[in-house]
Design a protein around this ligand. Structure first.
Ligand code: NAD
Length: 519
């Protein structure tokens, strides 16, 4: 299907937007493959956020009273519908982002994996938990988990299906309503999610999509929601973090990366080359966990670069809504300008371009070749700044210590990758890397898709985690209810001051440290 023939379907999806109040300024969304219009979206602001959050808050009150088991029912249908109706969303994701179909499919798989995980884990994790009381047998303590209320999800354009759904699903299962502010570029994907959730039977207003620019609509959402789940750049993350901090609401911040891959001398050579291809060029390098720094043991370095360049030169760039291309387009003129800017700066400072390095306007206006560089120096912007494009810098190292030092020489700490046949040594090396996830013998998907474990960044790559237990419980408030039986816990009672009573209390406290079951 073509961009033009999708027009009516996209217009239909736009009817699901939070309605604009008054006459909004309209924003034209353009398809990256062709730079032709996809449709017009209203630039909403505070008034629309107030409407959306108000409706969400009412819906959340009723939803919070539904048991977690029953909340799971529509999300189970949603899981199945995503898989059944994937062809349509693969088209829409491709039209909005310009990525290759295989990379759009990663998003479908991610939504299925995360939804399945929380469907089955959430009821248990949200159930009241008995906790040990201060006086065993006499103080009965229960920890309850209550929803926050309205969760604002602010998402970027690069993985619009994944990041629109996978933070929202646990928030919904925890009993919240979600207001999603996607990037303007990928709002139709978010609206498709809204349609699917509604078709799956999710009650009205529990999942709403706001269309608007970041500072206005996103800012207003941060000012109105009860928790913010933000994914995007480190620069915006700082703004969102301080704004939500000023309101004393929680926020999880999933931010940028400049991720390193280390190829040890004992790595499986061909698998490592293959891994570097996937790691550096998935979604045309516009993936937060993407590999932009590739460190290869000096013994392998020349052969590795030669083989990598050979494989890169065989990658097929393409703009079809089919499975024919290995790599798609960059998402916008701004992305192309950023990638080109980084390249031009590096070339002017003496970098060696081993593969790629050029825009490919004959394929589409924002296409850029997968690019391999050597000789990158700290003076070049792409040495330390996130390029967020299909550009990878390769350099040699001589020892594990040096590899760790190079990997940690970054303000970011999102993802890393280590390749070695000695997985014990690789894991030891991985533990020394300052990153929230480290994949051994994989570039990013082993950690990303193992959703029972937390995922997120250290240093400038973020605060908080998605996935795992924390990825659900962050959307709840813990409430502790302690019921005291028998003696009151009155340490101000007059008898406590008597030497005999205090001696008894002191020896009891001392003994408790030594008694298993009481300590
Ligand atoms: P961005 O920060 O410009 O925008 C992200 C979202 O924030 C968009 O919806 C935008 O409209 C909104 N926004 C912008 N300004 C805002 C403000 N002042 N207040 C509230 N919301 C605001 O990021 P981007 O360029 O669209 O996305 C790419 C970045 O996202 C990269 O740095 C990438 O590494 C990062 N990212 C991180 C992860 C992760 O899981 N850590 C995943 C995907 C992308």
């Amino acid at each position: 299907m073509s961009t033009e023939s999708y027009g009516p379907r996209l217009a239909d999806l736009r009817r699901r937007l939070v309605p604009a109040q008054g006459q909004p300024v309209m924003h034209e969304v353009r398809a990256p493959f062709t730079d032709t219009p996809l449709g017009h979206l209203p630039l909403c602001g505070e008034a629309e956020v107030t409407v959306a959050v108000g409706r969400a808050r009412l819906a959340a009150q009723a939803w919070a009273r539904v048991s977690p088991d029953r909340r799971a029912a529509p999300l189970q249908r949603f899981h199945d519908l995503v898989l059944q109706r994937q062809d349509e969303i693969l088209d829409i994701v491709q039209l909005e982002t310009g990525k290759a179909r295989a990379h759009a499919f990663e998003e479908v798989a991610d939504v299925a994996i995360v939804t399945r995980y929380y469907l089955f884990r959430a009821p248990g994790l949200l159930a009241p938990q008995r906790r040990r009381g201060v006086v065993p047998g006499l103080t009965r303590v229960t920890e309850f988990r209550k929803p926050k209320g309205v969760v604002g999800v602010i998402a970027p354009w690069n993985y619009p299906l994944s990041l629109g759904a996978t933070d929202a699903v646990p928030a919904l299962l925890a009993g919240n309503a979600v207001v999603l502010k996607p990037d303007l570029q990928t709002t139709h994907t978010a609206l498709w999610l809204s349609e699917l959730l509604s078709d799956a039977g999710l009650p009205e207003h529990l999942f709403q999509v706001l269309s608007g620019d970041g500072p206005t609509a996103g800012g207003a959402l941060v000012d109105a929601a009860d928790f913010i789940s933000f994914t995007g750049s480190t620069e915006t993350g700082r703004i969102v973090g301080s704004r939500s901090g000023a309101r004393l609401i929680g926020a999880s911040l999933e931010l940028g990366g400049k991720n390193a891959m280390i190829v040890r001398v004992d790595a499986d050579f061909e698998r490592a080359v293959e891994g570097a291809l996937r790691g550096a060029f998935a979604s045309t390098g516009q993936l937060c966990m993407s590999i932009e720094r590739l460190y290869v043991h000096r013994v392998l370095f020349d052969a590795f670069v030669a083989r990598f360049v050979e494989r890169v030169s065989l990658l097929r760039l393409g703009s079809g809504l089919d499975w024919g291309a290995d790599l798609g387009s960059l998402a916008s003129a701004a992305q192309l300008a950023k990638v080109t800017g980084h390249l031009e700066d590096a070339v002017s400072k003496g970098v060696t371009v081993r593969a790629g390095g050029r825009p490919r306007p004959e394929i589409g206006p924002f296409f850029f070749e997968p690019t391999v560089l050597t000789g990158v120096t700290p003076a070049m912007r792409l040495h330390s700044e996130e390029t967020f494009g299909p550009v990878v810098a390769v350099r040699p190292f001589d020892s594990d210590d040096e590899a760790v030092e190079l990997a940690n020489d970054s303000r970011y700490g999102l993802n890393a990758s280590v390749w070695s046949r000695d997985t014990r040594a690789a894991r030891a090396l991985a533990q020394r890397i300052e990153a929230g996830t480290v994949n051994v013998n994989e570039a990013y998907s082993a950690a990303w898709a193992s959703v029972d474990a937390p995922m997120g960044g250290v240093k400038d790559s973020g605060l908080g985690r998605r996935h795992g237990v924390v990825g659900l419980l962050k959307y709840t408030e813990a409430q502790t209810i302690a019921v005291q039986h028998g003696v009151p816990l009155d340490l101000s009672a007059p008898w406590v001051g008597r030497p005999g009573a205090r001696r008894v209390a002191t020896s009891l406290l001392g003994a408790m440290r030594r008694i298993p079951g009481l300590r």
